[in-house]
Unconditional design. Structure first.
Length: 399
């Protein structure tokens, strides 16, 4: 029975390839542009640009920059399939309303929505701000300024923020303007409030509107060209940092449809059910901005395995010998316990690298089961869901 179960696990988790590649073709949807169904009044939604998307509880939550006759504001909407968007409300942002608000990027961390967005006035006075909210719509506390123009390559403007959070570190891609051309830079932060621009900026020349996703063992930046004639990608297999080596520039989409024949900009990507969705802004030959969608099949393994070892197999010296408080992340399997090495090694052999797609939740077995289950929830949120909110987690328990 043990052999049969073991073989079943190995086969089940080995049939999914672990990588996708940015050079696979995206196909534009035949029903483009995305249909916008406005559910609120007092705003004439003439154009839609610069989307940001989260997938939560079976719904795509979408924030985008909407323009009426004179202003840009950030609008919240929802979609079940990304074919159409039901717009719900203009975001309530407590800031000087003489500015345009645009280029939203949103993440959810510790139950709060963190909105990063750009402001400008009359095509100048660009800044990047941060605001937080419990519902993603009402940002009642005044936002804080986190990034402004620099000295040389971004001395005229900073815009198009995209925030990526991984391993307790924030990474901010942004566009900088020197009066002649847009380029892409990177900044880092430990708390999302104080940011340091990388010394080797810009990291992508002649580019704007960046977004970043993790594809297998690579980080891939998607962006639109300086003249907004195409969307391209560039990638690194290095650990994400200021010194990552970005290579393999590839064309992803070109402007070739009626709805994007003039300009093609602002890519954002989301994965669901083995499909990668690329949502972007297109300017038609009638000067109408719309949101559009392109897709490709994903071979990325979106599955994670968490192994929970048996009772009394976990060890933490300070907790067990000295009865000191300890973090739930500081427990390990006892060194002389070998029963799990074969399973771990086999799963690593089929692509589940430890501490990336394969985790071992060694725990304080002295606690009541209710406490241990809460610790497991915290562990999953910090180790997996903070990095990939759409992760599918398989828990393998023993004993």
């Amino acid at each position: 029975k043990k052999i049969t179960l073991f073989l079943f696990l190995v086969i089940a988790f080995s049939i999914y390839p672990s990588k996708i590649f940015a050079d696979q073709n995206f196909s534009k949807d035949i029903n483009n542009p995305i249909e916008i169904n406005q559910e609120f009044g007092s705003w004439n939604d003439l154009s839609q640009r610069q989307p940001s998307i989260l997938y939560e509880s079976g719904i795509y939550k979408i924030w985008y920059a909407s323009q009426n006759e004179s202003k840009f504001r950030i609008v919240y909407g929802e979609s079940s399939d990304l074919k159409s968007i039901n717009t719900k409300q203009i975001l309530n942002i407590n800031y000087d309303d003489t500015y345009d608000y645009h280029d939203p990027s949103i993440i959810k961390k510790d139950g709060k929505y963190e909105l990063y967005f750009a402001i400008s006035k009359y095509g100048s006075n660009y800044k990047i701000l941060k605001a937080t909210s419990s519902d993603g719509i009402n940002f009642e506390e005044p936002p804080i300024e986190i990034l402004s123009s620099g000295l040389i390559w971004d001395n005229y403007a900073v815009s198009s923020p995209y925030v990526f959070y991984e391993n307790s570190k924030y990474y901010l891609l942004f566009s900088g303007w020197n009066g002649v051309e847009w380029k892409v830079g990177l900044a880092t932060s430990d708390n999302g409030n104080e940011w340091v621009k990388c010394a080797n900026n810009p990291i992508v020349p002649y580019a704007s509107g960046p977004t970043l996703i993790k594809e297998g063992n690579k980080y891939v930046i998607y962006y639109h060209s300086h003249d907004a004639s195409n969307i391209s990608s560039i990638e690194t297999t290095d650990q994400l940092s200021c010194t990552s080596n970005w290579v393999n520039n590839q064309l992803v989409l070109a402007r070739d449809k009626q709805y994007d024949t003039k300009l093609i900009t602002d890519p954002v990507l989301v994965e669901f059910s083995n499909t990668i969705y690329l949502i972007y802004s297109g300017l038609s030959n009638l000067n109408k901005w719309t949101l559009n969608i392109a897709t490709k099949q994903s071979n990325q393994n979106n599955k994670y395995i968490v192994l929970i070892p048996g009772f009394m197999t976990s060890w933490n010296k300070n907790a067990l010998i000295y009865n000191q408080q300890s973090s739930i992340f500081d427990w390990d399997i006892l060194g002389f316990i070998k029963e799990y090495e074969g399973l771990i090694q086999t799963l690593e052999n089929v692509g589940y690298k430890k501490d990336e797609k394969l985790f071992v939740f060694a725990y304080d077995w002295r606690k009541p089961i209710e406490n241990s289950s809460e610790d497991l929830k915290t562990y999953l949120n910090e180790k997996i869901f903070a990095i990939n909110s759409n992760a599918q987690v398989y828990i393998v328990g023993h004993s």
